[in-house]
Design a protein around this ligand. Structure first.
Ligand code: CMP
Length: 139
């Protein structure tokens, strides 16, 4: 069924002017951008968004990285959007990502891995609500 997911184009990608290139790959994978904004995350936003990872050893660096430059937060719509987006993103670690995926094509490291995508429909709803009001989403 048609559903929604949440995506972030991360600072390593915006720094290299890859917002359009990444978005093109999302669109070619059958996803439609129904909300989008470029923001510079505050510490509060980065820590809040990644709160599920706060006990992980990489949490501090992850938060610093996500605040290191602008990001583009997006709501994506499409048939099985969460799964579709995870497929086009590729594995978290670009070394493990398949050919033709966003992370294989663009990511620099497991941290600077160019994109985030929700891992379930439940988390997609939570993550969308973290950054967007319903009125900002135009399906
Ligand atoms: P993301 O999907 O945004 O969710 C959490 C992020 O932590 C993940 O992508 C990675 O970019 C980042 N990260 C940094 N180090 C690690 C690690 N060792 N294992 C997993 N994720 C990591």
């Amino acid at each position: 069924a048609v559903s929604r997911t949440f995506s972030i184009i991360k600072p390593d990608a915006t720094r290299r002017n890859l917002t359009g290139a990444v978005t093109k790959m999302l669109e070619e994978a059958g996803l439609r951008v129904i909300a989008s904004k470029r923001i510079h995350m505050t510490r509060e936003q980065a820590e809040g968004f990644y709160a599920v990872h706060k006990e992980r050893p990489f949490f501090g660096e992850l938060v610093d990285f996500m605040m290191s430059g602008p990001v583009v937060v997006q709501v994506l719509e499409g048939e099985d959007a969460v799964v579709r987006n995870r497929k086009i993103m590729g594995a978290t670690n670009p070394a493990d990502a398949e050919e033709g995926t966003i992370r294989k094509t663009f990511a620099e490291s497991i941290e600077a891995n160019s994109v985030h995508g929700s891992d379930s429909d439940e988390n997609a709803a939570i993550e969308i609500a973290f950054f967007f009001d319903e009125g900002e989403i135009v399906g």
